[in-house]
Design a protein around this ligand. Structure first.
Ligand code: HXC
Ligand code: NAP
Length: 263
């Protein structure tokens, strides 16, 4: 864990993390717990959630649900708030993605990614509103550089993540009067994740891909956790409606290695 923060920053807070069963979401859930928060974990697969919960211990609760199902999401948030007594922080990390050229992508394939990423983020934020607005709170959604950078084989994910960033600004404006801050974090390539396993252009060596990042390496899950803790902690108290880009400069170069996928 990074040492830039004093410990116990989130003592007494309760967080709800979607996609908390793996990758970046699991890392964020564990980090929020390490900072003193109790954490509800949401994903479809209970076994993945149980693994993260086991790493956290008694401060974790597990809520298996699909973010596309509003009633199930709402029930999960109610169960989390009942188990821990309140809700202060929501992190939207659940997402689906794959490489697919737009001309070969089915309407259902496009819709599935929009449903999970964009509609799922709305569903969770909306269902959490009644709890967050009681004492104020904070929402952070994980987007991606594809939201800003035209990227081959990523029109579905790019549209979904761009939608989340717009939703972030609109919710930030509407919900500021309730003391709810709404922000996003846009990672570039993060090592050791399902996202990179799925999206790294096939055939390219990791070394070649790392050379396409201006800072010369992929990011770490820990670095995304640092940003989330910053945004939800008192250090971020005057930040709302913003997207924090954490990509080692990757997006400065455009779509980079994804361009090779055009053939
Ligand atoms: C083209 C595909 C496809 C593929 C699925 N589809 N995979 N089309 N290429 N590789 C199409 C299917 O054919 C179907 O359309 C539609 O998508 C729905 O597929 P299902 O399998 O029924 O959907 P579902 O079970 O809901 O699964 C959703 C999913 C899946 C997104 C397709 O991959 C998933 O659950 N992913 C979750 C984990 C994940 O993706 N993690 C990575 C997040 S990382 P038809 O027309 O046939 O019915 C990330 C990285 C960002 O976002 C940036 C990194 C740089
Ligand atoms: P990951 O491990 O696959 O995380 C995605 C999580 O979302 C999984 O735990 C999955 O669990 C859950 N999920 C998927 N569909 C769901 C649904 N319909 N309902 C509920 N939960 C669902 O991938 P990751 O790479 O860590 O990505 C995490 C986040 O970071 C995503 O938002 C991604 O877009 C973003 N991101 C990643 C990178 C990267 O380099 N990895 C870069 C930029 C942005 P279940 O399968 O159990 O549901």
């Amino acid at each position: 864990m990074s040492s830039v923060f004093v410990s116990g920053l989130l003592a007494g807070k309760v967080a709800f993390v979607t996609g908390g069963g793996s990758g970046i979401g699991a890392g964020i859930a564990m980090r929020l717990a390490a900072q003193g928060a109790r954490v509800g974990l949401l994903g479809r697969k209970r076994d993945k959630l149980d693994r993260t919960a086991a790493a956290i211990g008694d401060a974790a609760s597990v809520h298996a649900a699909d973010v596309r199902d509003y009633e199930a999401v709402s029930a999960a948030i109610e169960a989390c708030a009942a188990a821990h007594g309140r809700l202060d922080i929501v992190v939207n990390s659940a997402a689906g993605n794959f490489l697919a050229p737009a001309a070969a992508l089915s309407a259902n394939g496009f819709r599935s990614v929009i449903d999970i990423d964009l509609c799922g983020t709305f569903n969770v934020s909306r269902a959490a509103f009644a709890h967050l607005s009681k004492q104020g709170g904070s929402i952070v959604s994980i987007t991606a550089t594809q939201a800003h950078v035209a990227t081959p084989l990523q029109c579905h994910a790019g549209a979904a993540k761009a939608g989340i960033e717009k939703l972030t600004r609109d919710l930030a404006l509407e919900w500021s009067r309730f003391g709810i801050r709404v922000n996003a974090v846009a990672p570039g390539p993060i090592e050791g994740t399902e996202g990179m396993a799925r999206l790294a252009p096939p055939g390219a060596s990791e070394e070649a891909l790392r050379r396409r990042v201006p800072l010369g390496r992929w990011g770490t899950i820990d670095e995304i956790c640092d940003a989330v803790v910053f945004l939800v902690s008192p250090s971020g108290a005057f930040i709302t409606g913003s997207t924090l880009l954490i990509d080692g400069g990757t997006s400065l170069l455009g779509p980079g290695p994804f361009l090779d996928l055009l053939g």
